[in-house]
Design a protein around this ligand. Structure first.
Ligand SMILES: NC(=O)c1ccc[n+]([C@@H]2O[C@H](COP(=O)([O-])OP(=O)(O)OC[C@H]3O[C@@H](n4cnc5c(N)ncnc54)[C@H](O)[C@@H]3O)[C@@H](O)[C@H]2O)c1
Length: 433
């Protein structure tokens, strides 16, 4: 099939590459000239495990190409995916300007019947808005489909190639047919393609992220109670996670969720509900709990060292909002580091992939950066673990102790053992352990 993908971010690039990998002829379009230039040179502008190799192979085999020109990509494409960003507007609702601008450009370049599939996460009613924009800029036939994406950054290729389900929201049987054919190769193991109306598909995506965010905030509250009553959140997690009605995933307590999806999608659902005269109380609480949770590590630092940190220096391990990505959008590390700097401390941070992103867009030269985790400890008064990259999991704690000025570890992801660390003479802070 001939396909175009609009937007070459985490979603568009992965979707385009995976569709090419399954034999389609894919052209990816982006308005960012720099991104397209790098992609044409075989350089992947984001860090996503496995993507670079897959992308290069498909470019080499002639199934995948990149352009800034809609005129190169849209004529003759049977399916066009919209995968542009939907950042929060000032009031928290999703800003649709990129989606609607892409819709208009698609319409202006269509040369025949086209299925336009919205992969961006968008509020209920967007498919209808996209259809309206397209209708007013073309005379060709088209169907607008809602096809939300559920991939996780850090495991995006695997998630896309082997989805738990594919959700298609459409009104016309011919659109379902085209989409079923396209996704056939990805659901050979019997995972379902679920057909529904566009509004339900749009809400499904928000409901999925809102549910996952709720689990995280819920477990963070349980952890905060554990700290106060002397219980251990890891044991509680195992105790409830083995209940099949609950399941074991997304039950880890920590420093709060971040990333490009949960924070904005939770806000967008609250806003959509509000616009329809409904107060979504659970999700407001989920958001409040998360904002508070991002401050827990800093509060622990203050409880140990006092509020004036002006003579203190901290090693921070982990900047990305989660391991295996360089994405720092809404990353808890930014909140922790800003609070430390605000209290007068200096910071030396290490992250396997996100240093460039941190320096360019989030923290600038206000902190020091090092490539090797152990180098961050030189002259530091304490170690703060924010993101649980594998390389941070098993450090030589004897060596860590020698480097630190005072042996104290703030473990924002509960990856170290309190018993082991206390046995070695460290003061240990965890989240409910
Ligand atoms: N990142 C994720 O893990 C994830 C997962 C599922 C769904 N989503 C959703 O998918 C959408 C895209 O997310 P992302 O993280 O890939 O975004 P991103 O910000 O990484 O990439 C978006 C890209 O779209 C490009 N763009 C903007 N306007 C354009 C236009 N008119 N024409 C062509 N290109 C244009 C931008 O230059 C950018 O490269 C969002 O709605 C997001 O909520 C994201």
């Amino acid at each position: 099939m001939r396909i175009a993908v609009i937007g070459t971010g985490y979603v568009g690039l992965v979707a385009g590459t995976c569709f090419a990998e399954s034999g389609n002829d894919v052209t990816c379009v982006d308005v960012d000239e720099n991104k397209i230039r790098r992609l044409k040179e075989g350089e992947v502008p984001i860090y996503e495990p496995g993507l670079e190799e897959l992308l290069r192979r498909n470019v080499h085999d002639g199934r995948l190409s990149f352009t800034t020109s809609y005129a190169d990509a849209i004529p003759g494409a049977q399916v066009v995916f919209i995968a542009v960003g939907t950042p929060p507007g000032e009031d928290g609702s999703a800003d649709l300007k990129y989606v609607l601008s892409a819709a208009r450009s698609i319409a202006e370049h269509m040369t025949g019947f086209t299925v336009v599939a919205d992969k961006s996460t968008v509020p209920v009613g967007t498919a209808a808005k996209v259809a309206e924009v397209i209708r007013s800029h073309t005379r060709h036939e088209f169907d607008v489909v809602s096809n939300p994406e559920f991939l996780k950054e850090g495991a995006a290729i695997d998630d896309f190639m082997k989805p738990d389900r594919v959700v298609i929201g459409a009104t016309n049987p011919r659109a379902f047919e085209v989409m079923d054919e396209l996704y056939g190769p990805f659901v050979r193991t019997g995972k379902p393609i679920i057909h529904m109306d566009p509004a339900s598909a749009e809400l499904t995506k928000y409901a999925a992220n809102a549910m996952l965010a709720t689990r995280i905030s819920f477990m963070n509250e349980i952890a905060n109670i554990c700290n106060r009553v002397g219980a251990k959140v890891d044991l509680v997690r195992q105790g409830i996670g083995t209940d099949e009605r609950i399941g074991s995933r997304f039950l880890f307590s920590g420093v709060g969720y971040g990333g490009s999806c949960f924070p904005k999608d939770v806000q967008a659902v609250v806003k959509t509900a509000e616009q329809h005269g409904y107060e979504f109380r659970i999700l407001k609480a989920v958001e409040d709990v998360n904002e508070r949770q991002k401050k827990v590590l800093f509060e622990q630092v203050v409880s140990h060292f006092g509020p004036d940190l002006s003579a203190k220096r901290f090693a921070v391990w982990g900047l990305a909002f989660k391991p295996n990505t360089d994405d720092m959008r809404e990353a808890p590390a930014v909140v922790v580091i800003n609070a430390l700097l605000g209290a007068g401390a200096t910071v030396c941070a290490c992250d396997p992939e996100a240093i460039e992103e941190a320096r360019k867009h989030h923290l600038g030269d206000r902190i020091d950066y090092v490539e090797k985790p152990m180098d961050a400890l030189d002259g530091a008064d304490g170690l703060i673990l924010v993101t649980e990259w594998n390389e941070f999991r098993r450090p030589d704690f004897e060596a860590v102790k020698k480097k630190l000025r005072t042996p104290v570890v703030f473990d924002g992801r509960n990856i170290y053992s309190r018993k082991t660390l206390e046995g070695l003479g460290f003061t240990y802070f965890g989240i409910g352990v």
